[in-house]
Ligand binder design. Structure first.
Ligand SMILES: Cc1cc2nc3c(=O)[nH]c(=O)nc-3n(C[C@H](O)[C@H](O)[C@H](O)COP(=O)(O)OP(=O)(O)OC[C@H]3O[C@@H](n4cnc5c(N)ncnc54)[C@H](O)[C@@H]3O)c2cc1C
Length: 441
């Protein structure tokens, strides 16, 4: 086992995914001596490496929209944000228009007031305007989506209605190499003086005098710190149990198995340049261009699809399913004209750390000094850098005596000046039992 260079640090960050590395960088740049620990061999090897890495601003909360637009500015300014990290290549931010169809009562109705309030550019296109600009899309209404067992359902038949059009944000996009984005952040953190320990597991979270006092590594070494941040992704729940704060974490997040699929673009179409991204509850999928003239498809949690919760994030079925691949390729082919349904499956399997309302938990806990950036619910990759900023501001304020539980901190975006109300992401928020949220957040 590698050993930490010191016996104590100002802050220990558990997890070096894209969010964990983002948090570590911001703390190190504020002058804290940080130690980041991960049981995997390098930064971004956990769920981050499987991310679809879509960057969009279409969230249902004001704070979600503000954070994601601010987050996009970091990706665009990546070279400056990361600074000099020697020979390591930097990620590319690939711009790709993002469409959200205007289903009656759909997600877009929650999103648009926030875009308006913040003055974020978007276009409200009619059916005709959408078809003229994006002829590859069939904008008729197919939903509600069904599974492959229900082939007689109207979803697979000839539709009679059409969508009113779409909400279009042109500044949206994606990151083609999500693991590299975590590595860029981690390396920038090292430049700022942060230390990283890989292949090392946190096996206990220690407390003394009523607050966190550090961690135990691989059951052997104790390292002290007055601040410990849980950014364990799908393991965050276990880390909360380890810290003894699970009961006070409200309805904690859980690991959720997810499959993502890749199909080739329709024949004769250059989807890298002509393609679009879409969050499409009507067909039950989201999709975006994937390099090499492919289309990446993810699940949008339609009611007909069962959620596969995972008890042990180190032990789950990592085999891509034939049925899932077929179904999602078929759903995509409803929306994207001539999208192929290949016989050979392609894609990946990974885990979300999904909270009950599909919003992240960026917060303190009931154990002083123990913080969480968890419950990222399949939609926080895009916010990694800004979440780092927000967590660092939150930690700084709370350690200086701010009562965040009763007077939620509002962080100002350094690029946009947008207010980002951290109260939206507290562990104490009330989540209705019947919430119908999904990955769109
Ligand atoms: C399939 C998929 C698609 C997604 N698509 C999108 C998208 O399109 N857009 C978007 O914005 N977001 C998306 N997301 C979400 C986004 O990728 C995640 O929110 C983000 O990558 C999580 O980063 P993280 O740093 O919190 O966690 P992770 O990357 O999971 O990192 C957690 C790390 O903690 C380490 N760890 C855990 N426990 C311990 C321990 N005890 N000791 C030491 N180390 C430990 C793990 O080894 C791991 O490396 C997607 C996620 C998935 C899985």
């Amino acid at each position: 086992m590698a050993s930490p260079k010191q016996a104590s640090y100002d802050a220990i960050i558990i997890g070096t995914g894209v969010i964990g590395s983002g948090v570590a960088l911001e703390l190190a740049r504020r002058g804290l001596k940080t130690l980041s620990v991960d049981k995997l061999p390098t930064a971004g090897y956990g769920s981050t490496s499987s991310s679809s890495a879509v960057v969009r601003f279409t969230y249902s909360t004001a704070a979600g929209v503000a954070m994601s637009y601010e987050g996009m500015k970091y990706w665009r300014d990546w070279e400056n944000h990361i600074g000099d990290i020697g020979d390591q290549p930097l990620i590319d931010y690939v711009e790709s228009p993002m469409l959200l169809n205007k289903e009656p009562g759909g997600h877009w109705e929650k999103v648009v007031p926030h875009l308006d309030a913040l003055g974020i550019p978007y276009e409200n296109l009619s059916f005709e305007e959408t078809e003229a600009e994006f002829p590859i899309l069939d904008l008729r209404m197919f939903g509600p989506p069904v599974t492959i067992d229900d082939m007689d359902a109207p979803f697979w038949g000839e539709p009679t209605a059409k969508h009113d059009g779409v909400i279009l944000t042109r500044e949206s996009g994606y990151i083609s190499d999500p693991q590299l984005s975590a590595l860029n952040l981690a390396t920038a953190c090292e430049v700022a003086g942060g230390e990283f320990l890989y292949n090392t597991e946190v096996t206990a979270i220690n407390r003394a005098d009523g607050r966190v006092s550090g961690v135990e590594l691989d059951g052997e070494t104790t390292v002290e710190a007055p601040i410990v941040v849980n950014v364990g992704g799908p393991h965050a729940r276990i880390l909360c149990q380890m810290a003894g704060v699970f009961e006070s974490m409200g309805r904690c997040s859980r690991a959720l198995r997810r499959e993502v699929y890749i199909v080739p673009a329709p024949e004769g179409v250059d989807y890298d340049t002509e393609g679009v991204s879409m969050g499409d509850s009507d067909t039950g999928v989201y999709f975006r261009p994937e390099r090499g003239n492919n289309i990446l498809i993810g699940n949008a949690e339609p009611e007909c699809d069962e959620l596969e919760w995972v008890e042990d994030p180190d032990n789950y079925n990592e085999q891509l399913s034939d049925d899932g691949f077929q179904l999602h390729a078929m759903r995509l082919a409803r929306r994207v004209r001539n999208a192929p349904i290949p016989g050979k499956k392609s894609g990946l399997v990974s885990l979300y750390d999904a909270s009950p309302d599909w919003l992240p938990i960026y917060d303190r806990t009931d154990l002083d000094g123990f913080y969480v950036a968890m419950g990222s619910s399949g939609n926080q990759f895009k916010n990694a850098a800004v979440a780092g900023h927000c967590m660092a501001e939150l930690i700084t304020a709370i350690e200086a005596g701010h009562d965040h539980d009763n007077d939620p901190l509002v962080v100002t975006g350094k690029y946009t000046g947008f207010p980002m109300d951290m109260g939206t992401f507290t562990r104490n928020r009330v989540v209705p039992e019947d919430t119908h949220m999904n990955v769109f957040g």
